[in-house]
Design a protein. Structure first.
Length: 164
């Protein structure tokens, strides 16, 4: 049985992962409107992955005999200055998620909840991968540049990063 403190923090994170999915889905729509099909497809995949992360947490909470609770999810932003602005915001968001996972893991450890600590290790590794992937996108944007046809080549490069 999980402590109420851990259940509360897990529920907060369920909602954060849900927000992440909505954020990336909204960002994909911005890319679609701008004709950036590769970036849009990349972000839709990210949105599906975040939804999967949410479901994994949701299942863990009810499997431990606690009630997962969905709260209000804020609407994500809809406008971005540029493709680099958008992906910098993705990177910042992923760093925020990493900090939240670390805080959740630390809270679980303080409660002596080793089962949850063990469960959260997957998220720690996943966040390392997420941050690295977005850093690769930012590196491509920096190398290619956004002037002239650069955005076209950025879109192709990002679309090519989609895991099959």
């Amino acid at each position: 049985m999980l402590s109420q403190k851990v259940v509360g923090k897990l529920n907060e994170h369920i909602n954060l992962e849900f927000y992440s999915s909505n954020l990336y889905l909204q960002m994909s729509a911005w890319c679609e409107i701008k004709g950036l099909d590769g970036c849009a497809a990349f972000l839709r995949l990210q949105a599906r992955e975040e939804l999967g992360h949410m479901h994994k947490l949701f299942k863990y909470v009810y499997e431990t005999g606690s009630l997962p609770v969905l709260g209000d999810i804020a609407a994500p932003p809809v406008e971005y200055v540029s493709i680099s602005d958008l992906f910098n915001k993705v990177y910042d968001h992923e760093c925020h998620i990493t900090r939240e996972i670390n805080a959740l893991l630390n809270a679980s450890a303080k409660e002596g909840d080793l089962s949850t600590v063990n469960f959260l290790q997957w998220y720690v590794a996943e966040q390392h991968e997420e941050e690295h992937r977005i850093q690769q996108v930012l590196d491509k944007i920096r190398i290619i540049g956004e002037s002239d046809t650069g955005v076209f080549f950025i879109d192709r490069a990002v679309g090519g990063m989609i895991r099959k």
